[in-house]
Write a protein that binds this ligand. Structure first.
Ligand code: HEM
Length: 207
């Protein structure tokens, strides 16, 4: 199958950041500047981050389970998709900051420092993963520690998405769908890990 000429590498990253900013501007411009507008944009950036995170999270699993041009390409672009996720979530964070400053009573309604801990922990890992996505810090860290950090970090972020959707399930059907999607993605990742282990064991047994 011939793949469409989509941008790759930094061009792909650039395109995704422009799309994230355009979406944010459009949603902000479409409604009066107030708490509801800000919250819509916070939700929209959480959703763009979720889509980008899913592609990053599943790239290697899809390449294992469904080898082919598309999944190989997805795997090649994983770093740029991950950085685009970090960008989208930085916008999520900046909007949350603005919301908390402009509407502190609304922001803190039903929220405590403790309930904000998982999300804040998620941000700590997004920062660490982003900083170590460049050659110099990668070399400094060493391949083993880098792999461990990126594995732990992506699982932490996956769990924060699970939790964020799960606690909103009473608010509507979208959250059931989003939570199930994240849950299915986790199951797919674990299946791919198992498949790889079985494949390696079969190769070791045959040689
Ligand atoms: C890795 C960290 C985080 C992730 C993965 C995350 C994810 C999400 C998700 C999935 C949503 C719901 C989107 C939807 O409605 O479909 C959301 C909304 C929101 N998040 Fe985050 N979040 C993170 C960090 C934080 C932090 C640290 C705060 C504040 C302390 C925060 C505040 C909010 C607010 C105010 C909303 C909008 C609530 C509403 O209007 O319903 N988030 N986030």
């Amino acid at each position: 199958m011939k793949l469409p000429p989509l941008p790759s590498g930094w061009k792909l990253f650039g395109l995704l950041t422009v799309l994230t900013l355009a979406m944010t501007t459009l949603i902000l411009a479409a409604q009066p500047l107030g708490a509801d507008g800000l919250r819509s944009t916070i939700r929209a950036t959480a959703r763009s981050s979720f889509a980008l995170f899913l592609l990053t999270f599943l790239a290697s699993s899809l390449a294992i389970l469904l080898p082919g041009d598309t999944t190989r390409r997805l795997l090649r672009e994983r770093r740029y998709l991950g950085l685009a996720f970090a960008f989208s979530h930085t916008v999520h964070g900046m909007l949350i900051y603005r919301y908390s400053q402009q509407f502190p009573a609304l922001f803190w309604a039903g929220r405590t420092l403790t309930s904000s801990l998982p999300g804040s922990f998620g941000y700590l890992f997004i920062l660490l993963l982003t900083l170590t996505s460049f050659k110099a810090p990668m070399r400094l860290l060493g391949s083993r520690a880098w792999k461990q950090l990126h594995s732990v970090g992506t699982w932490v972020i996956a769990l924060v998405f699970c939790l964020s959707f799960y606690k909103r399930i009473p608010m509507g059907a979208w959250y059931v769908l989003a939570f199930s999607t994240m849950f299915a993605a986790i199951a797919l990742k674990l299946t791919a890990k198992l498949a790889l282990r079985v494949r390696r064991a079969a190769v070791a047994f045959a040689s």
